[in-house]
Design a binder for this molecule. Sequence first.
Ligand code: ZN
Length: 251
Amino acid sequence: MAEGIEAVVLRTLRYGEADLIAHLLTRHGGRRGVIAKGARKPKSRLGARLEPFLAVSLQLVESRGDLDIVRGVEVLAAHDALRSSWRSQQLGAAALDLVTRLSVEHEPNEQMFHLLRNFLDLLDSTAARTPVEAIEDERRGAVLLAAFQLKLLHVVGIAPQLGACVRCGAASPLAAYSARDGGVICSGCRTAEDQTLDAPTHAAAVTLMRSPLAELVTRAAEDLPEMRVLRTVGSGIVAATAQEHAGIRPR
Ligand SMILES: [Zn+2]
């Protein structure tokens, strides 16, 4: 059998009587769609293996249409704990959504694939460790998502510059963030258009950008940024940057 195509399932759509279209982020071929004929028939073994969040290896046959046809699917990681936790699903869905909109069809980005696999594996292991959804886990999940989103901006080439003022190079005092200029702004260069960036939000963004995802999920709760700060990173930096440079608005 030919070597399988490694992919993460981003979303699926019902098609026709019994077919399923799956949107994938593949390891070597970027984002692409495939069609699984008859996957929604009760006897089909394909449907259950083509669910969002699954990491799979696919056997495809070329078709004359737009979408290649799925011949077989092997599940590499089912992420069952992630998929059975409502909160983890929300976080995971936000990640898949941003990947869908920041990836380019048929344009390989292997770094993006590995980042997504790593994120989903960690979200799954976090969900498995803590079946009771405590407040602390909510924050840990939000930390993981925000860090993933910042790293995703990096792998598509629009990472926010957080180290020094993007207008004059001063290291401090930093006062604002400009999505248009793609970085932090000092108090001297700040204009009315720039969005205020407080010190805790700046510090959190730097930490999330620098730290390995695996380290963030094991870090002591008291060392994690507050929810308010995480929301500001999400809306003020991630969403603003994605909108300015990629024309999309993350959920
Ligand atoms: Zn400046």
